[in-house]
Each structure stands twice: as structure tokens, then as C-alpha cells.
Design a protein around this ligand. Structure first.
Ligand code: HEC
Ligand code: HEC
Ligand code: HEC
Ligand code: HEC
Length: 407
């Protein structure tokens, strides 16, 4: 690492989109706040003066589980020594009043330049990093559907804020949690005198950090899903580099315990059991009810990984997490489908009805199964790019192909 010669290091994160930890569905399982903490501890030994800020959007939507996750994020980020968080639309979806309460939950400030309630800015306008020239602010795009706050136009707010700073002294860093197009617009609105001084940071859709080209001022993406750390050295020749949080990095002990605590509180709150379900009359029966007439398919599928899907999440105490159980059980989201292991023991794992639909009517009168012809596209509802990046129907289907040839 070039160290002091290259000027201060500002570590940028954010845009986790709910990924507080990797799910382990596929290898390598990158990222997670527990690994981030380990790495930052190590990095701080080499660069004691490093700065650390988050562009927000730790989450994508609201709800009880997301609040519990947000609090776990806050505790872990407190421990890591964050200096600022710029809450984004994801945080606002937790509810404005809740977010205002959370301002004092973590010891680092929330920054937000353009969000007002009753005429007052709800977060700090800006935060200076140490006593150097770097001063950080947060800007959010318009927040449709968020009641109780007024969001001023980011471009106007940026210009107004810059007028309160001194070109000779300050180097502003704008944490903007809007999309790429809006970030470019923001960059082009930076007044000429500030062009060499301002840096804009946003989330971006890709996993890894990158810098946009052809923008009026530098516009950097921190990447997404917490898999990378973006390293910003404003004074170095190469401004942006990154570090990938590899699977081999052991989790920092305290943060690992916080994640355990999060899992346990999902269990205590019974979130899997309380998950809202669509009313359905047709019952799920479990694969034992299919054996009688589809013996060969049942035998064939019994040893396949779908039949150990529940054990896979139970091994890490993740079976109380709706965000895991949803793809690792049968009949998720239907009132007659999986509820809990105790109440619906036949519906753990990905069994026949996870794909073919509730089987009760079919067993009674051999009607067509509810989901009809499934086709290649069906698998993607669970084998999505996050959880099964290697998925290829032509390679996966032969491993579970049934019924046997000739039937
Ligand atoms: C969107 C559906 C989906 C969700 C949500 C999901 N999984 Fe998975 N999981 C899968 C699929 C699909 C696979 C198989 C991936 C493959 O082999 O391509 C898998 C595989 C796994 C495996 C087995 C890995 C192995 O090598 O045997 C584990 C462990 C696992 N998931 C844990 C979790 C945990 C923990 C969560 C919650 C944080 C979770 N999953 C959420 C779909 C999902
Ligand atoms: C009492 C016998 C019987 C039972 C029990 C039974 N099936 Fe069937 N199933 C049939 C018959 C008969 C057919 C139509 C002939 C064929 O294609 O084999 C059929 C066809 C199917 C088909 C293909 C046609 C379609 O509707 O898509 C699927 C899928 C299927 N069954 C799934 C299941 C599942 C899942 C279960 C367990 C919940 C189950 N069956 C239980 C008798 C049964
Ligand atoms: C309800 C969610 C769900 C659906 C739908 C689903 N899968 Fe899976 N699949 C999983 C999970 C979860 C695992 C991981 C099981 C484990 O190892 O714990 C998995 C694992 C697999 C594996 C094993 C991968 C390996 O490690 O070798 C294959 C093969 C597979 N699925 C094929 C398919 C195919 C083909 C389809 C569509 C016809 C499909 N799956 C539909 C959830 C699903
Ligand atoms: C991971 C998803 C998945 C699971 C689990 C699964 N199937 Fe299937 N099944 C399919 C797909 C995909 C087909 C191919 C036909 C299609 O695309 O609908 C199929 C075909 C069938 C057929 C023949 C249908 C036809 O049109 O000829 C039967 C019968 C059947 N499955 C029964 C079962 C039984 C019984 C089980 C449990 C032991 C089971 N399936 C588990 C996905 C699944």
C-alpha cells in the first residue's frame, strides 16, 4: 500500500441493499459486516488516519425485519468507527420518525443536506473528516411515498451548500444516494470554481466500485451488496481502488456476535411464522403423499440437494430468517404452505409441491397440478443471480430430471 505518500485514505461503503452478510448460497460468499470489521481493524494498523463513511441505502425496503437489520448495521458500524452515514431512500422507507429516533442510536452522525421536517434539517448538514480539508455531506433524490419530510432539489441544495464553503480550504465529498443518471446531473451542476475540488459518490448497480468517465467532476460508485470496500485517495494519481471482502477473511468476533444476535432476534420475534401469507384452499401435503403414484420420481429426487435445503439454513441458525426460508422450504407465502418446522414438518426442504404447487386437489381427483407446465424459466424464482449465479438450466436440470425415462 502506498501509504502516506499518496495522501489520506477515505474508505467508502454503502448500497448494501440489505446484504448485511452473504447468504452462502453460492461460492465465493463475499462480504458481510463481520469481515468488513476484521479488514478495517487490520487496515487501521497500517493507516491509522483513515476515514470511513457510508453513502447509505443499507436496505431497500421497510418493515420490522429491516429495522432489526438496520440496528445491527448501526451497532457494527459504530464498532468499526464510521464518521458519517448519509441515509438514503432505503433508510427512509423504515419510517421518518423511526429514523429520527435512530439518530442517537449510533455514535456517528447522519448527514443529509436536503431533507427537512417542519423547516429544520433532519440530519447534520455536513461533517468534517478530522481537521483536514475533507468535508462530507449527504444528498437524497426525491422520496416519493415518504410522508413527513420535505426533500429539496439536490442540485439547488448542493449549490447552496458550496456557497457556505471556501474553495481554498475545503474539499467537499458529496454522498448522493440517487441513481447514476442523477449523479451525473449533479456533477454537471457543480460551479466551475469547485470543479477540481468536489467528488461525488453514489451507489451504483454493479457489485464492485468504479469511476464514471466524462463527468464534470469525479463521480464514484461504491459498488453494492457490501462485497467491496471502495478506497478513495483524492490526492493520489489513481483516485479509486477497491478491496474485495473474500470468503477467507474471518469474521471479527464482536460483529459476528452481533449477527448471531440478529438471527436470534428474528427467532424470538417469530418472523417466519408471522410472515404474511396469501389465503389458499388447496392444501400442501408433503412428498410422502406423492410416493404412492410417483414412486420413481420420489426415489430419484430424494438424494438431491433440494431435500437438504432446510438443513443447510438450519446449520447456521438462519432458518428463522424469512429472507432465507423463502427459497429453502415448500409452499412459502401460501396459507396452506410452510409455516414452521414444528407446525408443517412435511414442508421443510424444496419438495415436489415447491415446484408443482399445492397437491391436495390433484391427489384427490388427479386434476392438473396448479403450476402446470413449468419450463426453464421457473427455476429462476429461487435460482436468481444473487443466490445461484452459476445457474444454467441445461446443466442443473439433468441433476434433478424426473420422471425417469420411459414413464
Ligand atoms: C432467492 C432464493 C434464495 C434465498 C432467499 C436464499 N437462498 Fe440459499 N440457496 C438458494 C439456491 C438456489 C441455492 C443453490 C445454489 C446453487 O447451487 O446454484 C442455495 C444454496 C444455499 C446453501 C447451500 C450451499 C452449498 O454449497 O451447499 C446454503 C447454506 C444457503 N443457500 C443458505 C442460505 C441462507 C443463510 C439464506 C439467507 C441469508 C439463503 N440461503 C437465502 C436459494 C436461496
Ligand atoms: C393417487 C395417485 C396420485 C397421487 C397420490 C399423486 N399423483 Fe400426480 N399424477 C397422477 C396421475 C394419474 C397423473 C397423470 C398421468 C401421468 O402423467 O402420470 C399425475 C400427473 C402428475 C403431474 C404431471 C401432470 C401435471 O399435472 O403437471 C405432476 C407434476 C404430478 N402428478 C405431481 C404430483 C405431486 C407433486 C403429488 C404429491 C403431492 C402427486 N402428483 C400425487 C396420480 C397421482
Ligand atoms: C423453491 C426454491 C427453488 C426452486 C423453485 C428451485 N430450486 Fe433448485 N435449489 C434450491 C435450493 C434452496 C437449493 C440448495 C439446496 C441445498 O444444498 O441446501 C437448490 C439446489 C439445486 C441444485 C443442486 C445444485 C448443486 O449444488 O449441485 C440443483 C441441480 C437444482 N437446485 C436444480 C433446480 C432446477 C433445475 C430447478 C427448476 C426446475 C430448481 N432447482 C428450482 C431452491 C430451489
Ligand atoms: C425443482 C422443481 C421440481 C421439483 C422439486 C419436482 N419437480 Fe417434477 N418437474 C419439474 C419440471 C421442471 C418438470 C418438467 C416438466 C415441466 O417443465 O413442467 C417436472 C416434471 C414432472 C412430471 C412429469 C410432468 C409431465 O408433463 O410429463 C411429474 C409427474 C413430476 N414432475 C412429479 C414430481 C414429483 C412427484 C416430485 C417430488 C418427488 C417432483 N416432481 C419434484 C420440476 C420439479
Amino acid at each position: 500500500m502506498p501509504g502516506a505518500l499518496a495522501g489520506p485514505l477515505i474508505v467508502l461503503t454503502g448500497n448494501e441493499k440489505g446484504f448485511i452478510r452473504p447468504c452462502g448460497c453460492s461460492k465465493p460468499a463475499l462480504g458481510g459486516v463481520h469481515r468488513r470489521a476484521t479488514w478495517l481493524e487490520k487496515l487501521r494498523k497500517e493507516e491509522p488516519g483513515l476515514h470511513l463513511v457510508s453513502v447509505g441505502n443499507l436496505l431497500v425496503h421497510g418493515g420490522q425485519q429491516q429495522r432489526m437489520k438496520f440496528e445491527t448495521f448501526m451497532m457494527s458500524m459504530d464498532l468499526m468507527g464510521y464518521q458519517a452515514l448519509a441515509p438514503g431512500p432505503g433508510e427512509f422507507s423504515l419510517g421518518v420518525d423511526y429514523l429520527l429516533e435512530m439518530r442517537s442510536f449510533a455514535s456517528f452522525p447522519f448527514v443529509g443536506n436536503n431533507v427537512f421536517k417542519d423547516g429544520e434539517r433532519v440530519f447534520k448538514e455536513s461533517v468534517r473528516l478530522g481537521d483536514g480539508p475533507y468535508i462530507v455531506t449527504g444528498l437524497v433524490p426525491p422520496l416519493p411515498g415518504v410522508a413527513g419530510v420535505v426533500v429539496k432539489d439536490p442540485v439547488t441544495s448542493l449549490k447552496e451548500w458550496l456557497r457556505t464553503l471556501e474553495v481554498e480550504r475545503d474539499r467537499p465529498i458529496v454522498l448522493f444516494n440517487g441513481d447514476r443518471k442523477a449523479a451525473v446531473t449533479l456533477a454537471s451542476a457543480v460551479p466551475a470554481v469547485w470543479r477540481d475540488r468536489v467528488i461525488i459518490v453514489f451507489g451504483g448497480a454493479f457489485d464492485g466500485p468504479f469511476e464514471l468517465t466524462d463527468t464534470a467532476v469525479p463521480v464514484l460508485s461504491v459498488g453494492s451488496k457490501g462485497r467491496f470496500l471502495a478506497y478513495l485517495r483524492p490526492e493520489a494519481r489513481t483516485r479509486l481502488s477497491h478491496f474485495r471482502l473474500e470468503e477467507e477473511i474471518a469474521g471479527q468476533e464482536d460483529v459476528t456476535m452481533m449477527l448471531e444476535g440478529y438471527r436470534q432476534s428474528l427467532a424470538d420475534e417469530k418472523l417466519v411464522e408471522k410472515y404474511p401469507r396469501r389465503p389458499l384452499e388447496n392444501g400442501y401435503l408433503g412428498d410422502a403423499s406423492c410416493v404412492e403414484c410417483h414412486e420413481d420420481s420420489c426415489k430419484l429426487l430424494d438424494p438431491t440437494p433440494h431435500e437438504r435445503a432446510w438443513a443447510s439454513i438450519k446449520a447456521t441458525n438462519d432458518h428463522h430468517d424469512p429472507e432465507c426460508a423463502s427459497c429453502h422450504v415448500t409452499g412459502w407465502g401460501d396459507s396452506t404452505g410452510f409455516i414452521t418446522e414444528a407446525k408443517t414438518p412435511k414442508l421443510i426442504n424444496v419438495t415436489c409441491e415447491a415446484c408443482h404447487g399445492a397437491g391436495e386437489e390433484h391427489v384427490n381427483v388427479q386434476t392438473k397440478t396448479p403450476n402446470g407446465k413449468l419450463g426453464k424459466g421457473f427455476c429462476i424464482r429461487c435460482h436468481d443471480p444473487d443466490n445461484s449465479p452459476q445457474f444454467d438450466f441445461a446443466k442443473y436440470w439433468p441433476k434433478i430430471a424426473h420422471p425417469p425415462e420411459g414413464k
